[in-house]
Design a protein around this ligand. Sequence first.
Ligand code: ZN
Length: 411
Amino acid sequence: MQMRADQLDHVNHQIERLLRSQNFYGRRLQELGISGVSSQEDFERLPFSQKDDLRRAYPLGISAVPEEKIVRIHSSSGTTGTPVIIPYTAKDVEDWAIQFERCYRMAGVTNTDRVQITPGYGLWTAGIGFQAGCERLGAMAIPMGPGNTEKQLQFMQDLGSTVLCSTSSYALLLAEEIQKRHLEDRIHLRKGIIGSERWGARMRQRIEQGLGIKTYDIYGLTEVYGPGIGISCDQGHGMHYWDDFIYIEIIDPQTGEVLPDGETGEIVITTLVKEGAPLIRFRTHDISRIIPGECACGSKFPRLDTIVGRSDDMMKIKGVNVFPKQIEEVLQLFPQLSSEYQIHISHLEGRDTMRIYVETDGTQDFLELAGQVAHEVKSRIGFTPLVKVVELGVLPRSEKKSKRVFDERYK
Ligand code: ZN
């Protein structure tokens, strides 16, 4: 992506701020003798920053402003090790809300909508971001938070919620509950803002049909504001991101080389105006690509394609690089399978093997179906997995992110 002059100016302001603050990246720049960049080539030589850098700066070593400017912190939900703390100034909080409001507008949400927010509130950035953007737009926020499906369904009916904000797995759970209880006629949803998970076309279809909504993918990460830095439009082909707040590069995760638009690699983000915790060339480990050209919707904001995986969940099975998304795409070829699946990778008798668990409605012999799925994976991806077919409803549903890939090789 060509870096514009105004973006380069912003980068230089960020570099000044970092040098002044002497935070981890400021010290790194100083050691390298860098006090600014004069071109995109210069910029692309700046060192990357990583989640580990932020962990090492725990608790507040990442801050790039004086204490009195910090009005809030968020923390990313690391399951192991030291958490990451991100400090926000008042301007950062406002800038995030501005971006989130744009997301709602891109999805066609208006100030007469009633927005049921099911992501969690608290240390991590989800719920409060959905809330701030909603209030800024002037819509009615219904701040449910996660779980308590009974109350979610009751409020959805009694308040006539028109927009659902949730993970894809929780949206699916709600859709299944609504069907089970025959509540379809009492639900008034029209839009779904769905974040923070990979999900396939089949699952989207089930959610859209089950809830009677059109869905939009929202993108973001705690280290860079939170959700709301990008969202898909009505065209449903990629997510527009706000390039006046962030600059995105796609790199080869192995070599760090910047890839041309259109090629798939790791998303690297530079914040252009963030004060509390500016980040230069932050490696997200999310795998996607920049979609070249302009969107048919008319928006000038550039687009990221759907996230296909994490650079760390790239699996190498029998010499073949595989992302879970590829397996999911094969499974979607079988209408008799549900949208739920699990992938287990283990090391048996000197080699890596993959077991895939899938669910079916029972219209076909389980063994025959397993054979067909294995054959399709072999012909499309290049290795033969073990496929286990189970009955519909056996695989766990989750109110949070569903864990679908289990790497058992190093236990
Ligand atoms: Zn568009």
